[in-house]
Design a protein around this ligand. Structure first.
Ligand code: NAD
Length: 239
């Protein structure tokens, strides 16, 4: 694809569709998580109002996602390998499964903008702990200070980590091409990034199985499975 071949400052924006081939369901796809769970249960206000009920459901969701057994697929591996290229500016992922890092992605070129499900954070002492500290006692107490623990991923109703959002916006302004990989582009503010990049004259390529609100602005649309399409696209473009 010419747009990708010509790119010298590539920014990738990925979402849950990058990990469905690893066995992790997306949220809004046909058999997505929201067909079985109510998204309102994962709002930060729900956690504040009833931490025990919140954590009970969160543990069920984590069992269903089963992140510990998931392995990176060909899309993670191709993007991880491309991230070493001098033409690769950065990658903003909405995924909380850690699979890009496990595939060997350059850390300084990856922003996990919705945090990570592998960790929990204590709101009293501000330390992070592995998710496995969540166990028998609900709501789970901080193993260091007994304070309240929150998932290490961003909940609905919470702001994004300021540093991560600032980096994502900088990359969106500097990129010459934004490649979307497996995202419905429905979750804001991340879904504002394509608009920001387009305003600055970047090209847009969307690799997603189903239509998105930005399709009309894209230079190219790739409708196949990203684990097959993205490795081939990157290889053909010299990444
Ligand atoms: P989404 O569920 O809203 O959209 C995923 C998109 O990917 C859908 O449009 C679907 O049609 C497409 N898709 C699914 N499998 C595909 C494949 N193999 N090839 C091509 N396209 C495919 O996901 P989103 O836009 O990332 O937003 C959802 C939010 O949910 C994010 O904030 C993210 O943090 C979170 N989430 C993360 C994970 C994960 O970490 N793996 C899983 C579910 C949800």
């Amino acid at each position: 694809m010419r747009a990708l071949q010509e790119s010298r400052r590539l920014l990738v924006l990925s979402g849950a569709g990058a990990s469905t081939a690893s066995g992790i369901p997306d949220f809004r796809g046909a058999s997505g998580v929201w067909s079985r769970f109510d998204p309102r249960e994962f709002h930060v206000e729900r956690w504040r109002a009833d931490p025990e009920g919140f954590w009970r459901l969160r543990m069920r969701l984590m069992e269903e996602l089963d992140l510990a057994h998931a392995k990176p697929n060909a899309a993670h591996e191709a993007l991880a390998s491309a991230s070493a290229s001098p033409r690769f500016l950065g990658h903003v992922t909405q995924n909380i499964d850690g699979l890009f890092l496990r595939a060997g992605h350059q850390e300084e070129r990856l922003v996990e903008i919705h945090g990570t499900a592998a960790k929990v954070r204590c709101l009293a002492c501000d330390r992070f702990f592995p998710y496995e500290v969540v166990g028998a006692t609900l709501p789970p107490p901080c193993p260091q200070c007994g304070g309240p623990l929150k998932p290490g991923s961003v909940l609905f109703g919470e702001p994004l980590p300021a540093g991560a959002w600032a980096q994502a916006q900088r990359w969106a302004r500097d990129a010459d091409l934004l490649l979307v990989v497996g995202s419905s582009l429905e979750v804001t503010p991340v879904a504002l990034l394509p608009g920001l990049a387009l305003e600055r004259g970047a090209r847009l390529v969307i690799a997603n199985a189903t239509p998105t609100r930005y399709d009309a602005h894209a230079d190219a649309l790739v409708r196949g499975a990203v684990e097959a399409e993205v490795p081939a696209l990157l290889r053909a473009a010299g990444f």
